[in-house]
Design a binder for this molecule. Structure first.
Ligand code: MG
Length: 310
């Protein structure tokens, strides 16, 4: 037995439509212990596209030593329809990654920056200041080749080693990435510690620095159960792009918790109830996450998938 779909009550203060940037195949699978085959990865992307996700981040051209789960990135991309109407971005950590993405014919790439010194050192082998030197040629070459470049900023609301993060530093890092030519910033609550007031404050700080909400996306993690509350705060602030991961794929690698990325189904349920357009077929999405869970050998973390599967 299951209830649903949710009753719809519009709140006129909120946007009428949002874009869900699906990150499950990349951000989700890279943080899952189980490795799935190329065929399963390709089917996952194709099913997400068919379910109506308007953009599906597919894989990462990171060195296989760091993320063995995505060592087959080139094979996966080669089997996907890159010329279709749904953009299929890939993460490129450096120029070598960009070379591989260009070789594969990708049209959309993303770079991954840090808002803290410790995470820049641990994840990028760089410093907060020097990371820009690393991104500059990647972004410049991608733009010259006609690609769209998105930029992630991680640890925007809290850092497992440093604790509180100075929002002024987040704005500075974000502004520099936009100056390099990134089309959009995805502001990550990488360990899921943010609460709604921080979200409202950060969006206002970007606005004060001349960066409007149309350039911002939010990337929330549900580690502390705050992802939807933070999403609602961002909606109230006018943000219209949200990252989410089908089924809640991807544990959080930096916190001892089973839950990581905000589940796409949980986001879709709330947006539907708020009368906000998203274009996603929830039943098709739930079926996809349930199918993938069989390949991963674990139940989906998404509360909505669990509720609808009862
Ligand atoms: Mg994530």
């Amino acid at each position: 037995m299951s209830a649903g779909p949710p009753a719809v009550v519009r709140d006129e203060r909120l946007p009428t439509r949002v874009t869900i940037h699906e990150v499950g195949p990349r951000d989700g699978l890279q943080n899952e212990a189980a490795v799935v085959t190329v065929a399963v990865k390709v089917e996952l992307v194709e099913r997400l596209v068919a379910a109506g996700l308007p953009i599906v981040e597919t894989t990462s051209f990171v060195h296989p030593r760091w993320v063995p789960q995505l060592a087959d990135a080139a094979e996966v991309v080669a089997r996907l329809d890159l010329a279709g109407s749904t953009p299929l971005p890939v993460l490129v950590p450096n120029e070598r990654g960009l070379d591989r993405a260009l070789e594969a014919g990708c049209t959309h790439v993303a770079v991954f920056a840090s808002a803290t010194e410790t995470f820049a050192a641990k994840n990028l082998g760089s410093t907060l200041a020097d990371q820009m030197t690393m991104f500059e040629p990647v972004v410049a070459r991608a733009l010259a080749a006609g690609l769209d470049v998105r930029s992630y900023v991680s640890m925007c609301f809290g850092d497992p080693w440093e604790g509180a993060v100075d929002p002024a530093v987040v704005v500075e890092v974000g502004r520099r990435l936009l100056d390099l030519g990134a089309s959009q910033l995805s502001l990550g609550d990488t360990i899921g510690v943010a609460t709604p007031g921080q979200v409202t404050d950060l969006v206002a700080r970007f606005a004060a620095a001349g960066v409007g909400v149309e350039r911002l996306a939010m990337h929330f993690h549900d580690t502390y159960g705050q992802a939807l509350a933070n999403t609602h705060a961002a909606l109230l602030a006018g943000v219209t792009t949200f990252d989410a991961s089908a089924g809640g794929l991807g544990g959080c690698p930096y916190a001892q918790s089973a839950t990581g990325n905000l589940a796409t189904e949980d986001l879709v349920w709330m947006l539907t109830g708020l009368g906000i357009g998203h274009g996603v077929d929830l039943d098709a999405l739930v079926a996809t996450s349930t199918w993938l869970a069989g390949h991963l050998g674990k139940a989906p973390a998404s509360a909505v998938v669990r509720a609808l599967s009862r």
